[in-house]
Design a protein around this ligand. Structure first.
Ligand code: C2E
Ligand code: CA
Ligand code: CA
Length: 691
């Protein structure tokens, strides 16, 4: 998953969590509300029961204040329940239920009022009977008094307790009626007793009717509704809490994962998934601290692909990237599980290989890696040959310090590059070269020029179409009595460091000019002599004056001379180079850019330089026509040269195949062993004569 996707996911999850949280707050609020409603409903239930108790049991000793207060409280609760619904917390059914309760409560209230007035009347009757009883017991005989008292007491009993047997009362009334010796008071008493009995019966009937209780039913319905609502909400909220927890955990996990990923990205190369520089340096540091110097060794291999930039420039970055992945996985196939491969830069890899001394062979490892790439790579339809330069440093032999080992491996890698690429070099080896070879060369060079140890050879440059020599490149040779023949690749850098190159350069220049005047006589096609100029000469103050003087003295035509300067040198100091090139050009020299393609020059700069010729570096010619990227580069340079009006030269042509292929690409001038090796002056004259 890509980073941005994770971030998006995090946003979505956070939004989700917030929504869930919001919902939980809302639910909590509504449940809280529902709970409070529920409490109110329970109060209603209690009050309603009290109303019934009141109606059923309270007879004689009525305190209407209490019931009135309860009615008031009931009303308040009902008011609360109906008013709070203005926020529409509950569905419409709720309002209906409240309405039902209100209606049955009104009925109940009416009954209570009815009860009150009935009760008042009954009490009044009871008092009246009591008064009559008192009077009768004073003025009548004991039998009558006893019976009257009995009726009065039983009525009171009946009033209080509806289950009382009323036959006793009716019997006594009948008995009293049959006595026929009534006075007025007794008559009143009998009429009133009967009336009261009837009223009490009616009263009790009215109370029993209340057993069918609508109010209670409606309240219970509301109760059930709220319970249901509560339970449903609790269920939903449980689900919501579940999701909330899951999402929060996901967010936490994702954050940990992203953090891991950041960590991973910081220590890993995203393209090859190999360790990156930071990672491998830390690893090396750790190994250096821990390894046992007596029994083990650690090799640091610094690997740099040769001319990778050209692949990137000509075939595009996606091919370059794919190539790097291929290279990484190919190298990985021959590594031991304990060897660590890292990508430490654009086209740079590093291997840390720690082994017991008897198994330690970094030379074999390096050689194996180089051999891995003899077979070209197939990358997205392109066949690309890849070579690399490897530098090796070893702990504890070279150093027991991570930073130093890395630096040494790097230096050794440059040595490998300098000495022709596609090879490996040990840091130690470099030291010995520096210490021995180089010292010897330096000492031998001191008197070499005066001893006449240098001489010139000339290599023909030919027209690829006509296969005729049209130019020459002057190449210096050194034959030392003690060292024998030393390659210019080895001694030129030393002369540069010694400053000897200035004097040697003038010798070469003079010799080449003199010889060329001679050669011209032997060939009608010969147009120019190319002379290599080192950067040290090039930037020397009086360089132009000095060579101008030689030209005057030798009498060569200035336009016949091509100054060859390497692309790398020009690019080192663009402004200064430009100034000198401009001066040379004004003087009438031709200018050739040597080893083109190795110096990473940008084409936009190239346009600015006053140049006449581009020499495609030999390393590209080596790989054509098999290697796609080399073909692409050579093709591009040829096209570019034509476009800009430069002569294009392919150097190092060794086979007919290369020659023919270059011809097909439209290349104009060639140089190489295929046509001719560099020749001594005499041999060249013979060669020209033969033409
Ligand atoms: P360069 O200027 O690139 O010269 C071309 C080198 O490629 C020469 O090597 C030449 O002999 C070699 N060569 C030509 N055709 C072929 C071929 O088909 N196959 C192979 N394998 N090699 C081929 P050389 O003469 O050893 O010179 C090496 C380098 O030394 C030159 O590279 C140049 O940078 C430097 N050098 C040589 N002569 C002079 C000189 O007179 N002055 C200066 N400043 N540098 C020189
Ligand atoms: Ca050259
Ligand atoms: Ca060259």
């Amino acid at each position: 998953m890509r980073f941005s996707n994770i971030n998006n996911l995090l946003w979505i999850l956070s939004f989700f969590v917030l929504s869930l949280f919001g919902y939980m707050v809302y639910s909590n609020y509504s449940l809280d509300k529902a709970a409070r409603y529920h409490n109110s409903v329970h109060s209603l239930e209690l009050y309603s029961k009290e109303f019934d108790n009141f109606l059923l049991t309270q007879n004689k000793f009525i305190n209407y204040d209490i019931i009135n207060k309860k009615i008031e409280k009931f009303e308040n609760n009902l008011e609360f329940l109906s008013s709070q619904n203005s926020i529409k917390l509950f569905p419409a059914k709720y309002a209906q239920l409240i309405k039902n309760i209100k209606k049955s409560f009104n009925d109940k209230e009416e009954i209570i009022e009815h009860f009150k007035s009935n009760n008042a009347q009954l009490l009044y009757s009871m008092h009246y009977l009591f008064d009559l009883t008192k009077v009768i017991s004073k003025e009548s005989n004991t039998t009558i008094a006893k019976n009257v008292k009995n009726v009065e007491l039983n009525l009171l009993k009946f009033y209080i307790n509806p289950t009382t047997d009323t036959r006793n009362i009716t019997d006594k009334i009948a008995f009293l009626e049959n006595l026929k010796q009534h006075n007025e008071t007794l008559k009143y008493f009998l009429v009133h007793s009967k009336l009261t009995l009837h009223k009490i019966i009616q009263f009790h009937i009215m109370k029993t009717k209340q057993k069918e209780n609508k109010l209670q039913k409606n309240i219970l319905a509301l109760d059930a509704f709220l319970t249901n609502y509560y339970e449903q909400n609790i269920y939903v909220i449980k689900i919501v809490i579940f999701f909330f927890v899951v999402t929060v955990i996901s967010i936490i996990l994702l954050l940990i994962f992203t953090n891991k990923k950041v960590e991973y990205m910081a220590y890993h190369d995203s393209l090859t998934k190999l360790a990156n520089r930071t990672n491998i340096e830390l690893y090396l540091q750790e190994r250096i601290e821990k390894f046992n110097q007596e029994t083990s060794k650690i090799a640091v291999l610094f690997i740099d692909l040769d001319r990778f930039k050209n692949i990137n420039d000509t075939l595009g970055h996606h091919i370059g990237d794919a190539l790097l992945q291929e290279v990484a996985s190919r190298i990985q196939t021959i590594l031991d599980p304990t060897d660590i491969l890292a990508r430490v830069g654009g086209d740079e890899f590093m291997i840390i290989s720690e082994k017991r001394i008897n198994l330690f062979s970094p030379d074999k490892l390096s050689q194996n890696i180089l051999e891995l790439f003899i077979q070209p790579l197939k990358v997205q339809g392109h066949t690309l040959s890849v070579t690399m330069s490897i530098g090796v440093s070893i702990a504890p032999d070279d150093e027991i310090d991570a930073a130093a080992l890395l630096k040494f491996a790097d230096i050794a890698m440059y040595e490998a590059k300098e000495s022709g690429k596609n090879r490996y070099r040990f840091y130690k080896e470099r030291l010995s070269i520096l210490a021995n070879d180089r010292l010897e060369i330096e000492q031998s060079l001191i008197h070499s020029l005066h001893n006449g140890e240098f001489f010139m050879m000339y290599q023909p440059k030919y027209d690829i179409k006509t296969q005729k020599t049209i130019g020459l490149e002057a190449l210096v040779r050194w034959q030392n009595p003690k060292l024998g023949f030393v390659s210019p690749d080895k001694f030129i850098p030393v002369t540069e460091e010694m400053g000897l190159i200035i004097e040697l350069g003038l010798f070469i220049f003079r010799q080449a000019c003199q010889d060329f005047i001679e050669f011209e006589k032997h060939s009608p096609h010969l147009k120019s002599i190319s002379i290599n100029v080192s950067a040290i000469q090039f930037y020397e103050e009086n360089f132009i004056e000095k060579i101008s003087k030689i030209i005057e003295e030798t009498g060569i035509s200035i336009s016949k001379i091509k100054i060859e300067i390497t692309e790398t040198h020009i690019m080192k100091n663009i402004e200064h180079s430009m100034e000198i090139l401009q001066k040379l050009k004004t003087k009438g020299f031709e200018i050739s850019i040597d080893d083109f393609g190795t110096g990473h020059s940008s084409l936009s700069y190239l346009k600015l330089f006053p140049i006449n010729e581009l020499k495609v570096d030999k390393s590209f010619i080596d790989d054509i026509p098999q290697d796609g990227s080399s073909v692409a580069i050579v093709d591009t340079v040829i096209t570019l040269s034509k476009h800009m009006g430069y002569v294009n030269v392919a150097e190092g042509i060794e086979t007919k195949e290369q020659n023919d292929f270059l011809l097909s690409l439209g290349c104009e001038v060639g140089q190489g062993y295929y046509f001719s090796k560099p020749l001594k002056a005499n041999d060249l004259i013979a060669f020209l004569d033969k033409e």
